[in-house]
Design a protein around this ligand. Sequence first.
Ligand code: GLN
Length: 231
Amino acid sequence: MCRHLAWLGRPRSVADLVLQPPSSLLVQSYAPRRQRYGTVNADGWGVGFYAEGRDEPVRWRSARPLWADPSFASVAPVLRSGCVLAAVRSATVGMPLEESAVAPFTDGRVLLSHNGRVDRAALPPVRDAESTVDSALLAALVFDRGLSAIADVVREVAAGDPGARLNLLVADGHRLLATTWGDTLSVLVTAEGTALASEPWDDDPAWSDIPDHHLIEVTPDGVLLTPLEPA
Ligand code: GLN
């Protein structure tokens, strides 16, 4: 299904992260290399990032495919940030096709993307979801419970829907959090910063795959992996 990525480190342009690499999110929108569910990610795309002097992130989302957003491509080279989260969407069958259903979802300082699916009937009721899409309901649940409860939320939701796939990716401007639960995720640590991505955006051998059922925390001090045991 969807593909997402996040960067924490030295400021770099959104074009550099999302459009330019040989297997960038742009390429992954029509030719992903590791996608297990779905073949293209043409049901919208979004990017959120933290700009100097603002606490809350800024966001650009569209219900169009990333490859059909040339105006964004023209401004992307001058949008720079040290904390960026982006996603391309392949909508789950039955889910709404609209901009508000596209990640990243946001609440205050937080940006969140969900790669996967969950039975909406298995989720507890939530307030203020941005859309009726499963991912927005899940995002609202994480926002309600707080980021420190993200592992508990994943275990609880998986217990209610054993078929759920729950790869979450979260940024708050200072750190990244992610879960692997049913889909791929890779990490790249460089002297400039750390990237998390559903699949590597190039063939750099420094990328490594994160095993399933893990919580990943990225801070300027490093990357912490914690196994997520089922509830
Ligand atoms: N279920 C979500 C949606 O329909 C996410 C899909 C995905 O990961 N491809 O948008």
